[in-house]
Structure formats: structure tokens, C-alpha cells
Design a protein around this ligand. Structure first.
Ligand code: GLU
Length: 491
């Protein structure tokens, strides 16, 4: 049997984190079983479905690298089949015509609320004689179709939760076809899943209450049941259901924020799944596929932790292909230059032409940044014509401008004496300056880092000085001295 799974989003918004996680689990399962991953757009809610949302879902999947094997198919295209299945349910007696109007139902519900009686449908139209039911339909009285739920326990062996069941009498007769002949979700899903020969329905825990109804439909239609697996809800750090407040948003918003698709994929995979050991870093989809097992999906809610996403993304930046990172860096800087009305060749001369140097810089700085913009901030000073000084770093490391200038001035006269411009001799020279000034090395290194990088963090300063090159280092120190002297004069 070939495993066939599907992701069935409603195109009523972007692809959010929870949807992407459901898609990913289906996809990983299909990949790990040599199966097929289908995409079905559940667009029967005409008022809320939009083509741009379908596109956003496709874009989100494609950014993550989740490839669709079949589809997208659109649920609304199956409406005649859904009606035919509803007709078959009526034919066999598994469903009946319900003539209760919306108003009558609402009234009964209000009454039940007052008296504390059960809220569900009382099954009255199910007790009509067939002749009466047919007769009322023939004279044009509107009716919906309701499934007559058998008075028995409905259970299944969930691929994630194990045995689950709903006791007899806990599910009311439910509508499958409205009086305007539009199919209801539970019918459309069963019809579509059966049509597509879906073998495993893997979806969020919020659908558990739909599953017994769908099982009742499968049975009534004589269709083979798929295996159901319900993945745990994603919770915010406060234990509440994930919402925008927790940073739950479109997966594409994470692209905008500078997360790598692999970092995001890795993060999503760990939302409710673990490989069974303490492994957390998965370099790519094939490593995930190899480790993924449906029965290792957790039963309990998964916590959405942005700190973990940032950490994982940082690990991916540290391990990505340098050429991929270079492309991302160039894209971000190009966009920034264009936004400033100029171009990259003007703001960062040689960054596009000296690929080798760009690669060396990326290799040097990539351990620390957790997002692409943070990586760009570290790469940029090695190529930028001008840098800005980050205020927080200025307040911290150039607090006493005269002292900082003193250290930089000493470096200005010492560094030209370094004949081999390499980290080792540079370190000796810089530490020598600190000794001569009789200050700790930090009093020289920190002001220097700010002068070179414009910020308070960088990789090892001696490697930074080496890679930045003699000329640029000289120039940066001179610029910083101009700034510091002006500041001292103003004080
Ligand atoms: N369209 C449903 C949703 O977006 C999913 C239906 C299903 O997976 O069975 O929640």
C-alpha cells in the first residue's frame, strides 16, 4: 500500500505556523514512507476563501521546500460528488431529510438552555415516516440531510494517541448537506479523502471531535477508513493556545525577519515531535525525513519558543553553504542600498566582485548571528565605505572619549610597525599597546572593535583586524579619532 497523505488548508488567510507544521508532518511522513503528499485547498467557504490566500499558502510551502506531489485540488470542484455521496446516504437510510428550520432549531436551543436540557438535535425528523418525509420534499419544503448516528461507541486507533473513542449517544445526528444543497465540511472531507485514496489523515487535535462523524460517514458509505493521527496543538510560552500575541504569524513573515527556510523547517519539526534522543539540529529535510516517525509525535501540546527558533537558525547559519549565505547577504545589502537611492557598488565597493574575500568574511563572522540581518551587520563593515557607530556601544566603550582616543592613537602609531599582517603578530602588537598604556587589553580591544565594526560585538578582534586589511583599519581608526576628538572638544 502506498502511503497517501494530504494537507487540506482553507484559503482564508496566510500559511501560519500551525498549518505549516501540519503540512510538514504530513510531508515528512510521506517522504519517510516513500508515499505521496497531496495538497487540497478547502475553498467551500466562498465568502472567506480568496485566490491570494491560496497563493500565499503555495508560497509558504515553497519557501520551506515542502514539495507537493499532487494538486492542488480544490474542494469546491468536487461539489457534485459531495452531493452524490449525500444522496447515497439518504438512499441507504444512513441519512434522513430534516425539515427543521434554522429558527426552529435556534428556538429549541434557547429553550434547552433555559431548562438545562441537552443542546443537541433531538432526532425528530429521523422519526418521520418515509412517506411523509418524501411527500414534504415533493411539495417543495426545504430540507437538509442529517446523518443518523448509530447508537454505538465510535472509536479508532489513532496513530499518535492510540485508541480513542466516543461513547454511544455522545454524537448527535449531524447535517451533511444544507437546505441550499451545499455540503458540510465533514462530508466534503470524507468524499475528497476517499476520492484521493488518502491512507493517513494527519491533522491538528482541534479536529478530534470531527473524526467520529467522519468515521460514521465512511462506514455508512461502505468506504475504507484511513488511519487518523491527531497532532498536538501548539501552545504559547504561557501554555495558552498559540495566537498572534505569541508571535504566531505567517511563515513568510519569518523569511522577512531573516530566518533561513532550513532553520524554520527544523524548528517546525520539533513542535510536537522529537527523534527520541536529544538531537535537535537537523541540517536539512533529508535528515528530518530519515529521523521522522509518526509514532514519535508527542501527545501533549508543543510550546512555541522564539528563542529556540533563533538559536536553531543561528546553528543553520553557522552550517549553511557559504555561497548561499553570500547570496542572501548581497540581496539584503542591495535592497538597503536601493532603498537609500543608491546602489551596492557605491555603498560596498568590491563586495560583488571579490567573492573570495566575501566568503572569508562570512566564514569568520558566521558563528554568532542568528538571523540573516544580524549576519549582514557583521559582514557589512568589511566592505562598507562608511559605517555608523551603534549608540549603545558608543555609550559603553567610548564613554570616556579621551581615553578611547588615547588607545586608538597608540594603535595608530603601533600598527604600521607590524610587518606581517596576520592575527598572531597583530595580537602581539595590540596587547603590547595595552601593556604600554598600563591598561587591561579590553581597554584597547573594545574601543578598537567599535572603531572597526561600528558595534560592540565581532568575532576575535585579531582575525577581524587581519581580514579587514591594513588600509581599511588605518582609515577606520582615523575616522574614529576624528569623532572622538570632536566629542572630547564638546565635553
Ligand atoms: N480545512 C481544515 C482546516 O483548515 C482541515 C481539514 C482536515 O485536515 O481534515 O482546518
Amino acid at each position: 500500500m502506498t502511503v497517501r497523505v494530504r494537507f487540506a488548508p482553507s484559503p482564508t488567510g496566510y500559511l501560519h505556523v500551525g498549518g505549516a507544521r501540519t503540512a510538514l508532518f504530513n510531508w515528512l511522513y510521506a517522504r519517510s514512507e516513500g508515499g505521496v503528499f497531496l495538497l487540497r485547498i478547502e475553498d467551500t467557504d466562498r465568502a472567506r476563501s480568496r485566490p491570494e490566500h491560496t497563493q500565499a499558502i503555495l508560497d509558504g510551502l515553497s519557501w520551506l521546500g515542502i514539495e507537493v506531489d499532487e494538486g492542488p485540488v480544490f474542494q469546491a470542484d468536487g461539489i457534485e460528488r459531495h452531493r452524490a455521496h449525500a444522496g447515497a446516504l439518504l438512499e441507504s437510510g444512513a441519512a434522513y431529510r430534516c425539515f427543521c428550520t434554522a429558527e426552529a432549531l435556534a428556538e429549541r436551543r434557547a429553550e434547552a438552555e433555559r431548562t438545562g436540557a441537552g443542546h443537541g438535535y433531538d432526532g425528530r425528523c429521523g422519526r418521520l415516516e418515509e412517506a411523509e418525509s418524501r411527500g414534504r420534499a415533493e411539495v417543495g419544503e426545504p430540507f437538509a440531510l442529517r446523518v443518523r448516528v448509530p447508537a454505538e461507541e465510535i472509536g479508532w486507533v489513532d496513530a499518535i494517541h492510540g485508541p480513542m473513542s466516543f461513547p454511544a449517544g455522545s454524537i448527535d445526528d449531524f447535517i451533511v448537506l444544507r437546505s441550499d444543497r451545499t455540503p458540510v465540511y465533514n462530508l466534503a472531507v470524507v468524499s475528497d479523502d476517499a476520492e484521493a485514496a488518502v491512507t493517513h489523515v494527519i491533522r491538528g487535535d482541534d479536529h478530534i471531535s470531527n473524526t467520529p462523524k467522519q468515521i460514521a460517514i465512511y462506514r455508512a458509505l461502505g468506504l475504507d477508513l484511513p488511519t487518523f493521527g491527531h497532532v498536538p496543538l501548539i501552545l504559547g510560552s504561557d501554555g495558552k493556545r498559540l495566537s498572534k500575541r505569541h508571535g504566531a504569524m505567517s511563515v513568510l513573515a519569518y523569511r522577512e525577519k531573516g530566518y533561513l527556510p532550513r532553520g524554520m523547517l527544523n524548528f517546525l519539526a520539533l513542535l510536537g515531535w522529537s527523534p527520541g534522543d536529544d538531537r535537535e539540529f537537523f541540517a536539512d529535510a533529508s535528515e528530518l525525513t530519515e529521523a521522522f516517525r509518526l509514532d514519535r509525535v508527542l501527545k501533549k501540546g508543543a510550546v512555541f519558543d522564539l528563542e529556540k527558533l533563533a538559536w536553531l537558525n543561528g546553528r543553520h547559519i553557522a552550517r549553511s553553504d557559504v555561497s548561499d549565505l553570500a547570496r542572501s547577504v548581497l540581496d539584503v545589502l542591495t535592497e538597503a542600498a536601493e532603498a537609500g537611492g543608491t546602489d551596492l557598488a557605491a555603498t560596498h565597493p568590491t563586495i560583488q566582485t571579490d567573492a573570495e574575500r566575501l566568503a572569508s568574511v562570512i566564514e569568520l563572522v558566521r558563528e554568532r548571528p542568528r538571523t540573516v540581518p544580524a549576519l549582514v551587520d557583521q559582514v557589512s563593515p568589511f566592505f562598507a565605505l562608511e559605517i555608523e557607530y551603534e549608540q549603545a556601544a558608543v555609550d559603553r566603550f567610548w564613554k570616556r572619549p579621551d581615553e578611547a582616543a588615547g588607545a586608538l592613537r597608540a594603535l595608530e602609531s603601533e600598527l604600521p610597525e607590524v610587518s606581517v599582517w596576520e592575527a598572531g603578530p597583530l595580537e602581539a602588537a595590540i596587547r603590547g599597546v595595552a601593556d604600554r598604556l598600563d591598561v587591561g587589553a579590553g581597554k584597547v580591544i573594545n574601543p578598537l572593535r567599535l572603531a572597526l565594526m561600528g558595534q560592540g560585538v565581532s568575532p576575535g578582534i585579531f582575525e577581524v583586524v587581519e581580514l579587514m586589511g591594513r588600509e581599511r583599519v588605518d582609515r577606520r581608526i582615523a575616522t574614529a579619532l576624528g569623532y572622538l576628538d570632536a566629542k572630547t572638544a564638546m565635553a
